[in-house]
Design a protein around this ligand. Structure first.
Ligand code: ITT
Length: 193
């Protein structure tokens, strides 16, 4: 069993997915566990920069092994929007309803519904930074379907499926999602140490 590691997120859905994915392979700590309530400003313009900003913030202030996930939805017909702005696409951070509404409005009348979810994880392990990425391709539905998951899950249908992420159990989403793919790489890296 490796040493404890902090997952630097204030998003509980992400935390739940990652905890379910790692099971007992990692001794996962949350920001709450280390008493961190600060909002970490995401000033980068790429997933990689923002993931790094979050993990470096925690490492510099708490001196612990940690990782952060920066993720989002890239829609081909919208020049890869909302991208790094996924959490605040409609203005207010984390207003998923408004964000989905904006995507559906912007895609009105557009036939190309191709999109992908991306995650970049920055891991700081023994003071060194490592990156892991995951992508899942899919399409944007015309309406919301499903009540599980979070964020854009009700409008995202992964390639090879006829249901949205929001219709999948966490276990099922965790087999194919962008975050799950990046986490598998992180776990493999730590197991190989
Ligand atoms: P932390 O920065 O505290 O981790 P956050 O929610 O602000 O939490 P991001 O900055 O990485 O995280 O923004 C990710 C946004 O992208 C998230 O709020 C959703 O809108 C969207 N997103 C990312 N992964 C998703 C997923 O698996 N399903 C649905 N939407 C997702």
């Amino acid at each position: 069993m490796p040493n404890p590691i902090v997952f630097a997120t204030h998003n509980n859905h992400k935390l739940q997915e990652v905890a379910a994915k790692t099971g007992n392979q990692l001794q996962l700590l949350s920001l709450t566990d280390i008493g961190c309530t600060e909002d970490i400003p995401e000033t980068g313009v790429t997933f990689r920069e923002n993931a790094s900003i979050k993990s470096c913030y925690i490492f510099n202030n708490y001196k612990v092994n940690c990782f952060a996930d920066d993720s989002g939805l890239e829609i081909e017909a919208l020049n890869n929007e909302p991208g790094v702005y996924s959490a605040r696409y409609a203005g207010e951070h984390g207003n998923h309803e408004a964000n989905i509404e904006k995507v559906l409005n912007n895609l009105k009348g557009i036939e190309n519904r191709k999109a992908r979810f991306r995650t970049v994880i920055s891991l700081i392990w023994n003071g060194e930074e490592h990156f892991f990425e995951g992508t899942v391709n899919g399409t944007i539905r015309h309406e919301r379907v499903g009540a599980q998951g979070f964020g854009y899950d009700p409008i995202f249908e992964p390639e090879g499926y006829t249901i949205t992420f929001a219709e999948m159990s966490m276990e099922e989403k965790n087999r194919i999602s962008h975050r799950a793919i990046a986490m598998e790489k992180l776990i493999a890296f730590l197991n190989a140490l």
